[in-house]
Ligand binder design. Structure first.
Ligand code: SF4
Length: 221
């Protein structure tokens, strides 16, 4: 097994990809009207659960074009929000959670998204991944947002040996300097979308294959 330095991997990937973006928000200049603020990142990340980026983008565009603040969503008719977010899938679950979430933010936090992980994960449909995404992309707080790409690639490469996203988050924290935590989501997600595709990774195009256990153990054999 080759010795791996996650900073070296992140440095290599940073040469290929831009700075990444939170779920559903294009890093290529589409939908630039959405601010990268805690409100937009929180709602878009809730919408992104169990769906593809293009569906998240459609649902977020629909929602934000009509309701673009915590107060507006908190006072909205939940049925209308459910209709607006339909393209993200699970519309009733997500729409209801988004309205409830905005009500809590309005009533308990004076309309400001809190920054502590424990407070964030107490909101409806907000888990560690969503909390880390908000902290990292919207607040600039070093956090490791572990989505399906980050969990999969970290295990394929042999950086961690974990069964679920939460284990991956803590394992990556142990091997990564804190000031690089946010880079993991930025670069691994792009790598997972472009090269290390689920089910058929394009290892022949991968700039970090010399540091990947899957490539060394499985493919080279
Ligand atoms: S070598 Fe293949 S499996 Fe490993 S990170 Fe690159 S694309 Fe993914």
């Amino acid at each position: 097994m080759v010795k791996k330095d996650i900073c070296q991997i992140l440095n290599s990937l940073s040469k290929e990809y831009d700075r990444g973006a939170y779920p559903g928000r294009s890093s290529e200049g589409l939908n630039p009207e959405w601010e990268c603020d805690p409100f937009h990142v929180l709602i878009a990340t809730i919408l992104s659960q169990r769906t593809r980026d293009d569906n998240t983008r459609k649902a977020s565009d629909n929602l934000f074009s009509k309701y673009n603040s915590i107060n507006e969503i908190a006072s909205a008719d939940p049925e209308e929000i459910i209709e607006l977010v339909h393209s993200a899938g699970f519309p009733r679950q997500k729409g209801t959670a988004i309205v409830e979430c905005c009500k809590v933010l309005r009533d308990r936090y004076d309309g400001v998204v809190p920054y502590e992980t424990d407070e964030l994960i107490s909101l409806p449909m907000v888990g560690r991944k969503t909390a880390a995404c908000v902290r990292s992309y919207a607040m600039g707080i070093p956090s490791i947002c572990v989505d399906t790409h980050v969990h999969r690639i970290s295990n394929l490469m042999g950086l961690v040996k974990t069964k679920n996203a939460e284990e991956t988050e803590f394992a990556l924290m142990r091997i990564t300097p804190r000031d690089r935590w946010s880079d993991i989501n930025r670069y691994f997600v792009r790598h997972g979308q472009v090269v290390c595709l689920p089910n058929h990774p394009r290892c022949e195009r991968c700039s970090v294959c010399s540091m990947c256990d899957y490539y060394i153990k499985v493919l080279k054999k």
